[in-house]
Design a protein around this ligand. Structure first.
Ligand code: KIV
Length: 266
């Protein structure tokens, strides 16, 4: 008899940090992919607003809406038997006021089975994080490179201001977040922040000393074109696999090899 796995909970993240047990996080946007990642033992699935680039084909995350996050988060959370599922709050779904943030994050928790939300920003979002946590909504922070600020930043680049990133990470932690993503931060700085914080740091382009790592699924699977950052280790070349399967299918149809008798009804 196979027993259902015990679902990962938010408080487990702090316990894992204390035990120095590294945390694996991947993005997921749909049911079958989330099922595969969950059964592989990925600790946390992030329904990232990276869906704007990976799934929707835009060049930024800015166009993703809260409705779209809810739609995808619902599928991912339904598939996950063990992994903690966290959904991104998209651009302008929380920055206007704490009231707006509660409504948006509340919607995610009420309409999907996600356990937590993630939002971008450090000191500027401290009050919002505190309020969300106070009403019972677990928050994962995100500092360093924050893609929702791409228009102000003018491009994706490493965030090198140690003072800025450290103050932001501390603000997120002190506001009650249960974990914080460090994106595109020099490895030494990420290690120093990791040592200072009581909550786990989840690195993406932030070196090996973070408490956990996150990658965008399409980057690690080699699925979709476009720019691949140096930190995005490729574990597969799915675009090639899909293309070669489709080429064989097209040829089989053209040559009358598909369907065979065994694939037809009598
Ligand atoms: O949207 C996303 O996928 C993210 C990761 C890059 C951490 O925020």
């Amino acid at each position: 008899m196979t027993s259902e796995p015990r679902p990962v909970t938010v408080p487990e993240f702090a316990a894992w940090k204390a035990q120095k047990r590294r945390i694996s996080v991947l993005t997921a946007y749909d049911f079958p992919t989330a099922q595969a990642l969950d059964s592989a033992g990925v600790d946390c699935l992030l329904v990232g607003d990276s869906m704007g680039t990976t799934v929707q084909g835009w060049d930024t995350t800015l166009k993703v809406t809260l409705d779209q996050i809810v739609y995808h988060a619902e599928m991912v959370a339904r598939a996950a038997k063990r992994a903690l599922v966290v959904a991104d709050l998209p651009f302008l779904s929380y920055q206007a006021s704490t009231r707006q943030a509660i409504r948006s994050a509340g919607r995610v928790l009420k309409e999907t089975n996600c356990q937590a939300v993630k939002l971008e920003g450090g000191e500027t979002q401290a009050k919002t994080i505190r309020k969300l946590v106070d009403v019972g909504i677990p928050v994962m922070g995100h500092v360093g490179l924050t893609p929702q600020s791409i228009r102000r930043l003018g491009g994706y680049r490493v965030e090198r201001s140690a003072e800025r990133v450290t103050a932001d990470a501390l603000a997120v932690s002190e506001s009650g977040a249960f974990a914080v993503v460090l994106e595109c931060v020099p490895a030494e700085l990420a290690a120093s922040i990791t040592a200072k914080l009581p909550i786990p740091t989840i690195g993406i382009g932030a070196g090996a000393q973070c408490d956990g790592q996150v990658l965008v699924l399409h980057d690690m699977l080699g699925f979709g074109g476009g720019f691949s950052p140096r930190f995005a280790r490729r574990y597969a070349t799915l675009s090639d696999t899909i293309k070669s399967a489709a080429l064989r299918y097209v040829a089989d149809v053209a040559e009358g090899r598909f369907p065979a008798d065994s694939e037809s009804y009598r």
